[in-house]
Design a protein around this ligand. Structure first.
Ligand SMILES: [Zn+2]
Length: 188
């Protein structure tokens, strides 16, 4: 009885026990070794995951191109960012979608560009004319922007604070709102 088998995937000769049984209790074994089998399972899961996230990006982009009000655009962007676990996750998913769409040569790539244009249009429309603001209004507006940014992406605020040697500590929750952060300068 043979006690070794040749794996057709990694081309190694391995003990028979390194090949999973096709069915529990059966004698027939798989043609790929355990390591190759596990790897192909991981790849399959990753492909499935990537497929799902591309589908989700596609859905968001389609909605982004509809006739949305500025408020709806803001809400949709927050939803996209939180769906992908933060800004970085979202950018990753979007760029993966774009690269895939370009390869597919379908409407996907066009949809990406159309979304970018729609977002640029949104930014253009919402840009405030700072030359006509008083110093006080300007300070107030900057403070509002920073506060909004921190609330939307607290992880960015924490990272940025760390980079300049500051430490961010959470303070006790105030009411039902989001947890607030307190920035403390670290004494070095
Ligand atoms: Zn193998």
């Amino acid at each position: 009885m043979t006690t070794t088998r040749f794996c057709e995937y990694c081309l190694r000769v391995l003990p028979l026990t390194e090949f999973r049984r096709r069915r529990a209790g059966g004698t027939a074994r798989m043609r790929e070794c355990r390591a190759c089998h596990n790897q192909s399972e991981r790849d399959r899961r990753a492909r499935k995951q990537a497929g799902q996230s591309r589908k989700q990006v596609g859905t968001y982009l389609t909605r982004l191109n509809d006739d949305l009000t500025n408020k709806q655009i803001r809400l949709l962007c927050s939803a996209m960012i939180s769906h992908f676990g933060g800004l970085q996750g979202f950018i990753g998913a979007w760029s993966d979608y774009y690269q895939y769409a370009v390869k597919q040569r379908g409407l996907g790539a066009y949809r990406c560009l159309e979304s970018v244009i729609r977002l640029m249009q949104y930014c253009e429309e919402n840009r405030r004319d700072t030359s006509e603001m008083t110093d006080e209004e300007l300070t107030c507006s900057i403070r509002e922007d920073i506060r909004g940014l921190i609330q939307q992406c607290p992880e960015l605020a924490v990272t940025a604070a760390r980079e300049i040697g500051w430490r961010v500590e959470p303070v006790e929750r105030q009411g039902r709102g989001k947890s607030l952060f307190r920035t403390v300068r670290t004494i070095r």
